[in-house]
Design a protein around this ligand. Sequence first.
Ligand SMILES: [Zn+2]
Length: 340
Amino acid sequence: MPELPEVQTVLNGLSEALRDRSLSALICHYEGTVIIDPEITCSPFPARIMSFRRRGKYIRLDLENEITLLVHLRMTGKLILAKQSDQKCSDEVAAGERPYEEVSDEVAEGERPYEEVSDEVAAGERPYEEVYDEVAAGERPYEEVYDQVAVVRHSYEEIPELKHVRASITLDENGLVLFNDPRTFGKIWLCRTENIEYYLPELGLEPLADEFDRHYLGKQVKTRKAPIKNVLLDQKVIAGLGNIYVSEILFRARVRPDRPANSLSSNEIDRIVKETKQVLTEAIALNGTSISDFRRIDDKTGEFQNYLRIYQKDLCPSGHPVTRIRQAGRSSFFCPCCQR
Ligand SMILES: [Zn+2]
């Protein structure tokens, strides 16, 4: 499951690839993946991306026109930037008999915008906006709309490793970002920026923010008897941590994950805060951890899995056998010699 460093890695990739660009469509291929704020009553596209941010494990793109795109990858979600060859293939399908270059040239000459050619094929006679509005209003089942966006379906079927595309985001100049998600827990919300609080849950401090310090964590653990691992996983206390990084942080801080939170000394709290910042900073620099299926937007893997010290290990770096226990339904790994 992607945690803060993986989400930050995806965000870094998006902000590099999509800087100064506009979104021209958001298409849902799996019912429930895309959620549209009922207060958005007409298509907000095309819309320029004004900022790229992360909050906890959420990716937040603020668009012009006071619109925000929020993405949560959940367990298996991936955002993949379609390669140029894939897009070319897509355009050939879109334009029927006509070669991609020809359509492209016309756009360059400004005779007909690409969207127009694409939409005629995709939606038959009907303008794109009409289809979009119906999706937003939820009046028609997605399957029916899906047939009308066959152009996009063809484009990702050409990418053999992407079999579970749940949504696609089209960009200006024929760019395409695919949301692939086998388990279907991932979500994309499109909302009015002023309604963002309604779509984001209550989240605690960002662990890399200066406000996340020994005083803050000390206050949080003081009244809790729950294991320290559970407190660190609580998104309302700290936003963005998950099983892998909490395991690594507690190993480096030399604290057992099953210790009651209120039993920690101020030195231990201090070490946890420092190691949280250290582990996350290292992991972001290495583009996250690809243990299961996390990928960057260019489909490359992260590297931090090569630097894990305790998570899914048999021996700790000092050669002691690692103990594995179940906590809150998840595996915890710790070294009974190195961690107290
Ligand atoms: Zn050890």
